[in-house]
Each structure stands twice: as C-alpha cells, then as structure tokens.
Write a protein that binds this ligand. Structure first.
Ligand SMILES: [Fe+2]
Ligand SMILES: [Fe+2]
Length: 255
C-alpha cells in the first residue's frame, strides 16, 4: 500500500482506501456495506494523520494501514456471525477502526516513555484509544449498550496481553499521553471505562477478554493482522512491543 504525506487531498485518501478494499475477496455490496460504516471514521483528521509515516505501528507499516487491515479481517470473520441476531457487525467493524487510535507514535519516541512498567505502551494504549475515540467520535457513543460494547472491545483487544487498569482518581497514574481529555468525558462513560478496565484484575493490570462477541472477533482479527506483520525477519522486532525501542527501524533509516 502507498504511504501518503500529511497534505494529501481527500481524493488520494479515498483511492488508498478503495485500493486496499479491492485487494480483499469482497463482493461489491460487501464493500459498500463496509465503506458505509468506516468512511466517516476514516476521514477524520486524526485518522488521516495515522495514515502518514508520522505513525509507524509495526516496523515500517503505518498505523492506519494496520487498522484498516484489521477492520477488513474483522468484517470477513463477522460474516459467519450473521445468523446470530444479537451480533452487531457494525459495532465489530467500529471497534476495529478505533482499537489502536492511541496518542503518540510509540517506536523510538522519547515522548512516549513512561516511568512504570505497567504503564508501558503495550499495556496502556487501549485506554488511550478508548478515551480518544470518545472525544473524536462522540456520535458513536450516544447509546449505553453500544458504548459499553465498543469500549469493552477496544480496552480488551490485546488479550491475552493485559491492559492497565484505569482507576477512579484525578492524577495521571497511568501516565496517559491524552490525560487532558479526561475532563471532556461525561461521568457515565468514564464509569463504563473504569468498570471494563478493572475486570479480571491482578495488581495494576486487567487480564480479561472482551465479554462481547464483537470484541472477541476484533481480538482475533488483530492477532491475525499482527502475526502477518511480524512474519519472517520482522520477528526480531517483537521485543520492541515491550521496550518501545525498535533497532531494526533505526538501522533501516540509516541505510
Ligand atoms: Fe493494540
Ligand atoms: Fe491492533
């Protein structure tokens, strides 16, 4: 997929999205259904920033591309659930689009550093993504049941890896890079976030899958996408998930 720069026109962004969709075995009406859900999320300025090299996610892959691939795989896996009347394909696809909208590029970035081990990017970023999603896409969070499913899916998308527990206090004990947004959240949504991230807690971390099938499917799609990213020589970059330092990326830049 093409990497784009910051000032690219919306036509260029559209083309990248359509090219990616066309690279998967989807029927025309399926592409239309998927586009109708993801397009408004994709066209947000914050999402488009994540389509640039400013946000490298796994090695040289830009974050936006990872999210879109995860979303298409979520859609494909969700097709099997269509017979289940309680399953909300639109919510699963929405969770996938939001799951990694964390605040700062995390590889080799001194600003992304934290003091506590349990606050490292790998454990903390789902909380940042959930908070950013509430602030950037408020129209997705107007109904309690939908809000609960979407936030729970985002928070527990890394399972079996744990997520940092959000506690009910005013200090930035999680060293969140978007802590300033906490004041914009209403008390109801904050409570949903706190309750979800405290399920299955051991110490400062929560070890729990999402309790909703939509979140479980995104978790599966994220694993599949990430495994593809780390295939072959990229396996050497896996430790960067914990340390935040990716020597391979630095060496590639020097070449
Ligand atoms: Fe993630
Ligand atoms: Fe992801």
């Amino acid at each position: 997929m093409d990497i784009i720069t910051h000032n690219t026109s919306s036509e260029r962004y559209k083309k990248i999205l359509y090219d990616l969709l066309n690279s998967y075995p989807l029927l025309n009406h399926e592409k239309e259904e998927l586009l109708s859900i993801i397009y408004p999320i994709y066209m947000h300025d914050e999402f488009q920033r994540r389509m640039t090299k400013e946000y490298l996610h796994h090695n040289e892959k830009v974050l936006g591309q990872h999210i879109l691939e995860d979303t298409i795989i979520t859609y494909i896996l969700s097709k099997k659930e269509r017979e289940n009347p309680k399953y909300r394909l639109d919510l699963a696809v929405t969770i996938a689009m939001l799951h990694d909208l964390y605040s700062l590029p995390w590889q080799n970035n001194p600003e992304a550093k934290v003091e506590k081990f349990t606050n490292k990017h790998g454990f903390r970023h789902p909380i940042e993504a959930a908070i950013n999603s509430l602030v950037w896409y408020p129209y997705l969070f107007t109904k309690e049941q939908e809000t609960t499913k979407i936030l729970d899916g985002i928070i527990h998308h890394m399972f079996p890896l744990p997520v940092t527990r959000l506690l009910e206090n005013e200090s930035n004990s999680l060293e969140l890079k978007n802590f300033k947004y906490m004041k914009y959240l209403n008390e109801h949504n904050k409570k949903i976030l706190i309750d979800s991230s405290n399920r299955g807690s051991i110490g400062r971390l929560s070890f729990s899958p999402s309790v909703y099938p939509e979140g479980k499917i995104v978790n599966k799609a994220d694993k599949l996408t990430s495994i593809m990213d780390f295939r072959g020589s990229n396996m050497a970059s896996i430790p960067s998930l914990l340390t935040g330092k990716n020597k391979k990326l630095i060496n590639n830049r020097r070449k």
